[in-house]
Design a protein around this ligand. Structure first.
Ligand code: SAM
Length: 273
């Protein structure tokens, strides 16, 4: 499990955020309970039909996306290191009678607590910045995939993280390095991306930068064949950069310079037999 001070701070924060997010408007748990899916059009189209497939969801938070894949016919297993998130996910699964297995585990400890291999390994939006070692992560992805199985990630683009997210003008200003460092960046703040106004007691957290080349190369080194890498000039996270605007397409765009930089990407890969 998580033992170092970075992981412990992040775990404390995610435990607080899980409780806050369950009640937040943006996660819309009531909408989910009434039958809506929490998945975006992007991953629905790019992952495709999951019915009858086994799906492992890494860093599943409190399970809405995992349970959405179950609603679409997959046999799902979600894992997350936050005990509060897993508690909520299990409660929702029972309450809504959507079969799912939720496992409390750090990504890196998962091979010690979970057996088997899956048709699909899925993860999305705001996951890799919490992980120190992308090479190890990619090997864990490969470990849990059946030969021929599919890995899919939709994620916030690391290039967009170089800009000042606290600026008070929409003008893009470089603030952070693109080329990652071994020590994480320390952030201090009040609220989460979903509930910026709700304060938390764990005020400091840590994130690791991973450039796109590092992520793709790690997947290839782990034995996966990349089928595509798509980049998009819009995102699901309206707090990623200042003054983002929600477009008619349901994604957030830059209010100035819309279309000029990548804000999210997706990768589909196959485990070689
Ligand atoms: C931004 S959320 C995932 C978002 C998800 N797409 C959603 O909106 O429901 C990131 C998740 O990663 C989990 N997490 C962070 N570090 C982790 C680690 N080392 N092992 C497992 N889970 C971790 C957090 O608890 C959190 O639930």
């Amino acid at each position: 499990m998580t033992t170092d001070r970075y992981g412990q701070a992040n775990l404390n924060l995610w435990n607080e955020w899980a409780i806050i997010h369950e009640k937040s408007a943006s996660y819309d748990v009531e909408g989910f309970k009434s039958g809506k899916l929490s998945l975006h059009q992007l991953e629905l189209e790019e992952v495709g039909d999951v019915s009858g497939k086994s799906l492992l969801h890494l860093q599943c938070h409190f399970g809405l996306d995992t349970l959405s894949w179950a609603r679409l016919g997959a046999t799902v297993t979600g894992i997350d290191f936050s005990d509060k998130a897993i508690e909520i996910a299990r409660r929702l699964s029972c309450e809504l009678d959507i079969p799912a297995t939720f496992i409390l585990s750090d990504v890196y400890g998962l091979p010690d607590v979970l057996d088997g291999q899956f048709d699909i390994v899925f993860t999305s939006y705001g996951v890799l910045c919490w992980l120190r070692d992308i090479g190890r992560w990619a090997h864990i992805v490969a470990h849990f995939l059946k030969p021929g199985g599919m890995f899919y990630i939709a994620e916030l683009h690391p290039f967009a993280y170089v800009f000042d997210d606290e600026a008070d003008t929409p003008e893009l200003k470089v603030r952070y390095p693109y080329f990652g460092q071994s020590e994480p960046l320390e952030f201090e703040g009040d609220g989460s991306y979903a509930e910026p106004e709700t304060p938390v007691s764990q005020r400091v957290h840590y994130e690791w930068d991973h450039r796109l080349g590092e992520i793709v190369t790690a997947l290839i080194d782990a034995g996966l064949r990349i089928e595509f890498l798509h980049e998009f000039p819009y995102t699901v996270d309206g707090s990623m950069l200042p003054s983002m605007q929600l477009g008619d397409d349901g994604y957030y765009h830059l209010s100035e310079g819309d279309g000029i930089i990548p804000l999210m990407y997706s990768i589909k890969a196959q485990k070689l037999a």
